[in-house]
Structures are given as C-alpha cells and as structure tokens.
Design a protein around this ligand. Sequence first.
Ligand SMILES: CC(=O)SCCNC(=O)CCNC(=O)[C@H](O)C(C)(C)COP(=O)(O)OP(=O)(O)OC[C@H]1O[C@@H](n2cnc3c(N)ncnc32)[C@H](O)[C@@H]1OP(=O)(O)O
Ligand SMILES: O=CC(=O)O
Ligand SMILES: [Mg+2]
Length: 724
Amino acid sequence: MSMTTQQSGLTIDRQLFDFVNMQALPGTDIEQETFWSGFAKLIETLSPINKQLLFKRDKLQSQIDEYHKSNPVWNGDKYRTFLVDIGYLVPSPERVSIDTDSVDPEIASIAGPQLVVPVSNARFALNAANARWGSLYDALYGTDVLPQEEGAEKTQEYNPVRGFKVMAYARQFLDNTFPLRNGSHIESTHYAVLNGQLVVTLNDSKQVSLLDPQQFVGYQGEAQNPSSLLLKRNGLHVEIQIDPHHPIGQSDKAGISDLILESALTTIMDCEDSVAAVDAQDKVGVYTNWLGLMTGTLKEEFKKEDTVITRVLNKDKHFVMASGKILKLKGRSMMFVRNVGHLMTTPAILDQNGEQVFEGILDAVITSLCALHDLKGNSEYRNSISKSINIVKPKMHGPEEVAFTSRLFSAVEGLLYLPNNTIKMGIMDEERRTSVNLKACIEQAKSRVVFINTGFLDRTGDEIHTSMLAGPMLPKSRIKSQPWISAYEKGNVEVGLACGFSGKAQIGKGMWPMPDLMALMMKQKLAHPESGASTAWVPSPTAATLHAMHYHTIDVFQVQAAIGQYEEAALTDLLTPPLLGELVLTKEDIQAELDNNVQGILGYVVRWIDQGIGCSKVPDINHIGLMEDRATLRISSQHIANWLVHGICSPQQVKSTFAKMAKVVDGQNHHDASYICMADNEVKLNDNLAYQAALSLVFEGKNQPNGYTEPLLHSYRLKHKAFQ
Ligand SMILES: CC(=O)SCCNC(=O)CCNC(=O)[C@H](O)C(C)(C)COP(=O)(O)OP(=O)(O)OC[C@H]1O[C@@H](n2cnc3c(N)ncnc32)[C@H](O)[C@@H]1OP(=O)(O)O
Ligand SMILES: O=CC(=O)O
Ligand SMILES: [Mg+2]
C-alpha cells in the first residue's frame, strides 16, 4: 500500500481518502466523519457474511468435484437429486411478482440496445454516454453492413458510390419503419410540416403523408423547410436531418444529410470485466470518471488524425411538436454502473483486522456516493429521471448472494441517507447456480431488480468449471450449440416474464463479441428482440445504432405478451454439461482449438498485465477481431484446463503452443510503440510476467475459485506495477 491514513479503525489509501473527501463528498451534505465511521460499521457487519458466501461456493464446488469422481458415467436424474441434497438447487418459489418502484423509462418501457464500456477509459465512456443518438450514415458507410463491392469500397476520402448505397439503404429503412400512405421514401424530393403533419413530396410532385401519421413527433427549423424531422416507432426515435448545403445533403434529392437513430438507450459504465483496476490508484481512476459522468463535468482531450478533440457530455435535444410545444429529449444514454462481484478484495482499504476489504463492498459504497450527485441535481444533466441509482451486479451465485447484495445496497442507502430501494439491481444471470435458481434469485431482489441479463460468456466459463471433472468439454464453438445454452437463454426470458418484468424491468441478452462483423450482427442479433429480450449488449456505439434497427422491426412488448410459461423440463437440459462424449477429435482439431484459445489468452493478457487494458480486440486464428475481456478469458483458460485434466492434450503440447503463439501475438502488436515483446528469446519469454500470468491461468485454472481469472490477473499486474 502507498501512503495511508487511519480513520474509524480503517487503514485507507491516501489517494482514495482524498478522492472521497475532496471530490465525492462535497455537495452531498454528508460529513466526512459520519461517512467514514458509517462505512467502517458497514464493512464490519457485512464482511463476515461475504466471506461465508465464498466459503459456500468452494464447498459446493468440492462436493460437485467429488460427485463426478465417484460417478464417472453421466446420470442426469441422480445428478439432479444430488444437487438438491447439497443445497445447490433450491426449491423454486411458486409465485414471484416484482414491485420495483421508480424505474427509468429507458429500462421499463422502451426496448433498445444496451452499450457496455470500460469506465476507466474516459474517451470511450463519454462516447458511450453520448451514443444515445448515432449516425446511421456513418454506421453504414464505415462497416461491412454494406459490402465492399467494386467501386463502392470504403475509402479515406468520401466515396460517393458507397455514399449512394448508404442513402439507398437508409431510404429502405425509412420505408420499412415509417411507410408512406402512397409511394416510397425512395421517391421523396421534399419533406415539410403542414398543419402539424409530415408531408412528403415525391418525384411526380404528389404530396403524401405517413401511413401512420402518429409516427411524426416534431421538427427543428422552419415548418416549410425543416432542418430536422423527428419520427418514432416502438418508442424509439429517428431524426431525419435535412441540409441541402451539406456535402451529403447536396447529393440527395430531398437534401437529407443523415438519419440519426436513437441508439444506446442505456449504457453500462463498467468497473468490472472490461477494466484492469488492481489497487487504490486504479480504483480512484475508475471512480473519478464515474463521478465526472454523474456531475456532468467529465472532459477528455485527445488527438485524432492531427485534430485535437475535446469530448464532453452531449446536451439534450429540443424539437417543436405538432401542438407547437417544445419537446425535450435526453441527449445521453441512461447510465448504469457495473460493480465488481463478491469475490475480490482490494488493497485500497484495510479493515479493523488489517484485512483487505471486499472490492464489491467498496464499489457499492463509492459508486453510489458518486451517483448521489445525479440525484441531488448537482449536474447540468440528469441521468436517472426516476431518481434511482442503477447498479449491475455480476457473478452472483444463487439466491443467498442476491439477498446479500440487496442487504449491501440497503446498508449503502442507510449510509447515504437515501430512501429504501433507491439503489436498483441489475442481476447478471451468468453463473450456473443463478440460472438454475433464477426465480428464487429474483425473489430476493423483488423490490430492487431492474434487469436480468444472460451474460453467456461468464456463464460458459462457469459451465466448464462447475463440471470440470465430469469429463472433457466439446470444442468451444460447439459448446454454443448444445441444449444447455438454449435452455438457459429461453428460461431466462420465461422466468423474467413470469415474475412480471414486462413493462417494469429489462430482460437482456448478451454481448456481440465480434465488433468488426456488423453484417453478421445485423443478421443474427435480430433474434434477441425476437426472443422477447427488451435489450441486448453491443460493444460499440456503431453497433448500437445498427442494432437499434432491430427494435423498430420487432415490437418486443408484443412478443413478450405471446411467450408461454417456463417449463420445468428445461431444467434437465440446463443441467446437462456440454461434454465431448463419444465424439472423437483429430490431432488437428485439438491443435487448432489450442492455437485459437492460446492466441486469445495471450493477446488479451499481455495488454492487461503490461498496459492495464481490460478489454481488447484480439484476432482469432481466422484473423477475426474478437472482443476479449475477463469473461472470454475465463472460457479459454478453463477450456484448456479441462482438456489438461482429461488428457485431451498434454502439458508439453500446451506449453509449446504458448511459445509458438507468443510470437504470433508479438507480431500482431508490432504497430504499438508501448508494447513489450514477449518472445525475443526463450529466457526473456519465461521471465515475462504477462506470459507467466497466461500460463498460470491455464495450469492453475482448475483450482481458481469458480474458474475466475481475477485473482491471477490482479496478482501479476500488481507485480508488474511494482517493477515500474
Ligand atoms: C462479457 C462481458 O462482460 S462484455 C462487457 C465488457 N465489454 C465491453 O465493455 C466492450 C467495450 N468495447 C470496447 O472496449 C471496444 O469496442 C473494443 C476493445 C472491443 C474495441 O476497441 P478498439 O479496437 O479501440 O475499437 P475501434 O478502433 O474499432 O474503435 C474505436 C472507436 O470506437 C469508440 N468505441 C469503441 N468501443 C466503444 C464503446 N464500448 N463505447 C464507446 N465508444 C467506443 C471509441 O471511442 C473510438 O472512437 P473515438 O476515436 O472517436 O474515441
Ligand atoms: O458479462 C457478460 C458475460 O457474458 O459474462
Ligand atoms: Mg460477465
């Protein structure tokens, strides 16, 4: 620990202490003395319970390991009975009906994309907050949604041929989303507002209105020649921007220069799996950005293509409505904050016994304290219009852990003088013990819960770890198509609906982890709203704008109304691990799987340990850039650990794959001046901390708590920082 201070029996890192006293507390009407003594009490009361919960996780895992050792042949019924006996599977409550109060409309009643961003990166975080509105033209021009056909390539200089394809796509979108009574937007030459209605002039000079005139909401500029028109479908807005003098508008018959789509309705400011925060210094960095978002003062200056850009939060938007009244729309995404889970402790504060405090407890207190500025109106902007603090809690195992989070939030409300249930809970359904007991979990947070979300990446990691000794797992790509995952995804929606989520709380789906494959995303992610999910995760603002189109196509609330009851039979599938079984893998299959996993592990870990970057785009062996974070690392490392346990590959084979792939990863990073090569020579390679961390994640993977990567990542990153 660096410089510390003693307060109320706690030993607090000076940077954190100063941040709280000088930046977070002022403006909240809470005295320093009261805060620190209340915080100390909270730690004293809750830490032993947190410890007990972790002890139970370990106990259950060792019982499951023992079961598999004594029952090498899979027997679903016996296994299920065993899980009931050890208290892993608990009775499902008959009826649960959530009654969460003061839920923000972006969560409760509008369906749309959810963006996730590492809050440690101010440039990205501001960009994400501003991603409530995104340019469809930019999203189409810059991605593979439009193929790079000859002549229509994406070029540095604006390519008008590609530009025309963008315009054509956008006109088609308008036709599909806001059809005209007669004719098509493709033929439009002028848009105007007459008597409070949108009137579109077509090529043949005919004037037509919208098939559903209610879709027109408002405009900016002159009614006869508006600069912007606001339309709405399924609760989501689209702005048609018109500027005949704009370089793009000039080449459009109606002067349309862009379509701005309401995109990231909500954003998760992530303190967890996409950030690398291992000590007080890092935690203060993360909290400073979150505080800046809540006070509206966060600002980032950076250089892009020789231009200095200053990024701040966007202001609200104003339109004249048909009635002549002014409509104000939020310029920013509604921000959640994701805290860390219950596992890790932090050196930022030592408790009364000199032990590190649980990081999840620290996060709950400090991120809520920062959000208090939003509730108190200390910002020019408003994040939660319902005066709630929306916290996403990841990696909880079962109902007791949800109950503990609720208790923690209650204690934080006491500390910050907030009304009960001000702090809302987003439950990540991403650990197996939560999926199989989901209804009971929701019951424990029935007055706080604002979302359930299938974090299928962590969930896959936990699937592998929990059944580590049941047998070797299928290759990673095949795990995705096994019955357990469809039972999990479907069950999550059905249980959420059975608990009354529709119109009250989000049912969310997981991340699109291939940030460059937007055409594929457009094909596949439609399935999320089609399945009844009111939101789904996207990795970037561009992806948010594109995915938003899916929610115009599908009315999620209508889909939800038609979804049936959760079927108990699905539990059998949910409990059946994705084992290799009779499938025989060739030597080549095995090596390809190892190459792919090791490349991903090394590519991610080297940036985590050496540069403190918690989320990276790393190419797989087919050169597709994949979003890697701690959850994807958990899958890859647990997968190899599992194959080692069952002799599918040998330790030597794994080691030589690592050595081979270190060179590949070095090559992939050659453009990065701050990158430290791992594989210049063998001695250097074995001394390299990032390389050692990557090896440990695999070779010690079997014994990591629930297969998590945090303990090893933190420990190696701290070693790296100590050398700097
Ligand atoms: C399992 C889970 O827990 S998933 C949740 C955790 N994962 C995440 O949060 C993913 C967040 N996404 C990211 O961090 C990034 O998109 C990555 C790492 C995947 C790719 O990053 P890069 O390679 O830098 O992206 P790329 O070069 O294509 O784009 C960078 C631009 O996009 C923006 N951008 C990219 N991702 C985001 C984002 N999530 N939010 C806001 N802006 C973003 C950047 O601000 C930058 O634009 P700028 O130059 O105007 O600032
Ligand atoms: O947090 C998300 C996940 O998939 O894990
Ligand atoms: Mg996760």
